[in-house]
Design a protein around this ligand. Sequence first.
Ligand code: DLL
Length: 454
Amino acid sequence: MVISVINIEKTDFSSVEEEMEKMERYYQQEIETADREQILAWQNERLVKQVRHVWDHVPYYRAKMEEKGVTPEDIQSVSDLHKLPFLTKDDLREAYPYGLLAKPLKDCVRIQSTSGTTGRRVVAFYTQHDIDLWEDCCARAIMAAGGTEEDVCHVSYGYGLFTGGPGLNGGSHKVGCLTLPMSSGNTDRQLQFMVDLGSTILCCTPSYAAFLAESIHERGLQDQIKLKAGIFGAEAWSEEMRQDIQNKLGIKAYDIYGLTETSGPGVAFECSEQTGMHINEDHFIAEIIDPDTGEVLPEGSKGELVFTSITKEAFPLLRYRTRDICVLNRKQCACGRTHVKMSKPMGRSDDMLIVKGVNVFPSQIETVLLEQGYPANYQIVVDRINNSDTIEVMVEMSPENFSDNLGNITAMEKSLVSALKAMLGIYAKVRLVAPKSIARSEGKAVRVIDKRKI
Ligand code: DLL
């Protein structure tokens, strides 16, 4: 019998592990690190195909293009993109629900939805192929945050019509993480699963992450939490908030961006450098425009972000105005990815507010007030208290429905609260005030006071 003795050199496994932790991970390395020429080649080819696809299948698009005097033959490459008309939320509202559908209904397998500017919501359609590509984008984001099949990915974005839960859920499956489809809310249950199952990656809105961090500290659970990374987006958050969450949870916090219209989260995501989000340019062409004139601005300028989705089948959007203001940056990134980076959105070129992760337009509130017989004299106060967004609507009673009876006022406020809940999907506190008591402005009415920005 031969016994072989293998001389195993002593290895410092902890440092190997540390090195592995530091290694950049990619879900689709060849695509994510492709050179500029290759990315442009993909974009040129896919754009031409996409324009032909909408021209042939979406009469709404064809009419818009004809109105601008553009035909598919005019679009030979990305440099011709500027010839196409813009698409806006108003177009989506006008074409609601099926007017922008580019595939037969039988080929579509899912919708997701978000608030529109008034009563009509934005409804986005997906084929199975669209879902597959969307989940790839989310998988890229999870792996950029260090995710592997060893991870327990705790998804606390809302599930349902909102894209956050389903998108990150799909990406997590693709990476091979154990996926916890927690959805939002029920903090006790969140924390119990986080401790019992050893969640290592948390996906939710940054404000919910801050709230969970606080709850963990209040309950003294810090030592029982195994989180290493968080993927936070769907609303604006500052660098200070990032530092605060990172410190409290002992994690690295990554930003993720997206919008329902272009699929959902994963349009862009942060890498280990944490200096902006790589836009998945094999699926989306990004432009920056002057929000007032629509003129395309040179790269590096601050302006409104416009997306063209070049791989979506069911609901492709050409030159969609996101209304998000940001800057693009094409400097080489140390992570090895080559796709352009967008800054955190710095604001919006419309009046949309994001409250508790939900998109709220003042016009939606106004619609409810007018429907309920109130004048359009109101003020919306948004605040962030204990890391949670609050919204209060101060509404003038009209001389016709004026009452100084406390019981009546409470009943009227309650009825407005439920009408607003039905429109917005979130609780908004209502305070009725006497006719003509809200200060009139000499210029534009100041409808919104966002104390989170003060
Ligand atoms: O918020 C999709 C999403 C889900 C993104 C989960 C990230 C994570 P919508 O409800 O359609 O979709 O809202 C889109 O949210 O136009 C931005 O104004 C804002 N937004 C999204 N991500 C960020 C972010 C989802 N990382 C709108 N930072 C967008 C700031 C963001 N704002």
